[in-house]
Design a protein around this ligand. Structure first.
Ligand SMILES: Nc1nc2c(ncn2[C@@H]2O[C@H](COP(=O)(O)OP(=O)(O)OP(=O)(O)O)[C@@H](O)[C@H]2O)c(=O)[nH]1
Ligand SMILES: [Mg+2]
Length: 235
């Protein structure tokens, strides 16, 4: 069993996450837009970010692992969040990409050390070296490519295997590229399958995103940050 049921009353709230699946509650579903509500925006100028925070202000350092099959949009999601920009021709990650960002959230200054793993099969041998000592993880699949959902078990198992002492490690499932899906029957069928996969893997949280339309990107990353803050009694 993952993060326990006592989280229910005090866990951070999400306003715009498409699904929440808890062990002891019914699925709460807010339908994602079948077609994006907003027309595609022109690429925004990077970076619309606050001034850099000095490293000497850092209070916490967390390792966040981002993994999932190749081409599902992991690096694009991170780029959208940190640089406010959609890259339509993102180049695949070679092996693993490491980044460090200092953010302020809830009055806490946090250094996020992010390991963005390539999902390409030929880099599989590297993965075990990079998933240990995680504070939180995203396991990402492409909601428009159902075969990628069938691979998430491998990633969830890998993360758990190499973090044996952290039974409450938050693992958030992320379904990307929802802008590519407009068929309601397809959405219904993939949501049903997502529900089954989550039950099998005892996952509690899913976020559906589009880096292209900027749908749920900030909410998804901030959710994990808020969750960890809450988990560590910092919120
Ligand atoms: N339409 C659409 N395309 C996306 C979205 N997110 C990513 N893409 C595209 O999908 C392709 C692959 O994205 P990446 O971010 O490189 O995928 P990745 O998961 O990091 O892939 P690997 O590094 O090979 O593991 C790129 O061409 C992106 O522009 C999205 O939300 N919508
Ligand atoms: Mg990548």
């Amino acid at each position: 069993m993952l993060a326990s049921q006592k989280l229910e009353n005090s866990r951070p709230r999400r306003s715009n996450i498409v699904w929440r699946v808890d062990e002891d509650t019914e699925i709460v579903e807010e339908s994602p837009p079948a077609t994006p509500k907003e027309p595609s925006k022109p690429v925004e100028k990077p970076p619309a970010r606050p001034a850099a925070i000095s490293p000497d202000k850092v209070q916490f350092r967390w390792k966040i692992v981002v993994c999932g099959p190749g081409g599902v949009g992991k690096s694009t999601l991170l780029h959208r969040y940190f640089y406010r920009q959609f890259l339509p021709d993102m180049i695949m990650t070679i092996g693993v990409s490491h980044m460090s960002h200092i953010i302020e959230r809830n009055g806490k200054v946090i250094n996020l050390i992010i390991w963005d793993l390539s999902g390409q099969k030929r880099f599989e041998v590297l993965h075990p070296a990079y998933v240990g000592d995680a504070t939180g993880a995203f396991v990402v699949f492409d909601i428009s490519a159902p075969e990628t959902l069938e691979e998430v078990n491998r990633w969830v198992e890998l993360i758990r295997k190499f973090n044996p002492n952290n039974k409450a490690l938050p693992i958030i499932l992320v379904g990307t590229k929802v802008d590519l899906v407009s068929d309601q029957a397809y959405l219904d069928s993939i949501y049903k399958r997502i529900e089954e996969v989550m039950a099998d893997l005892e996952l509690q949280y899913i976020c559906v995103t589009s880096s292209k339309t900027n749908y749920n990107v900030d909410e998804t990353i901030n959710f994990l940050i808020d969750y960890i803050l809450w988990q560590q009694n910092l919120k």
